[in-house]
Design a protein around this ligand. Sequence first.
Ligand code: ZN
Ligand code: ZN
Length: 216
Amino acid sequence: MEMKKKMKLPRAHAQGIFSPSFVGSKIPPKQKSLRIHPRTHVRGFLRRGITALIIAIILFVLLYSAFLYVGKLLTPKKVHYHAGFVVFENDKKKDFSDFKYMRIKPCLLDQNQKDSKEDIQAEKAHLHDSVGDVVHIEGENALWRDLFQNIRYKLDYSKAFTFINGSKVKNFENQKIQPYDSIVILIGSNKSNHLQDAVPKNYIEEKAAKSVDCGD
Ligand SMILES: [Zn+2]
Ligand SMILES: [Zn+2]
């Protein structure tokens, strides 16, 4: 191969020397292309490199934000609000202030997702500080049934008459607990609807503010 190249070169030179038209017409374009080619090659290479880098950065940012977004979705949101509840059975108010109804574990879900299923469930709705009529909601999507499930109080929902903030409600157990909701649950036979015994908002606020066991 090398030998063939060497054999060809002198001929081209010879032709160049003896034929000015050849030199004028054919060599300059060759030189031009030789001069420009490396530069455009470098420029093109740089441009391609920069484009690839930008695409890589965009992809990285997109993937990273998707990763953060999914992480956020999976992390239980920090919520904390309160509501009031009373249960009357045959005109007698049920007392939920007993120690057995209280949640004594430290509140607020672990932000590092190390919570057990039980903790996540317990945080949804629970009682503190021997206060038997103010619910602490510290987990997402807490329903009224979560409260009774967590305090282990068996309630026949089909036989309950319920008022939330003074309005009669059907299937209250499946209603989401809203901040400062005040629920009155009647079971058995009651002569009154006991709406006058509903927990008032200022009472909920007062008990929540005083709470010792409850995180902020
Ligand atoms: Zn709590
Ligand atoms: Zn609380």
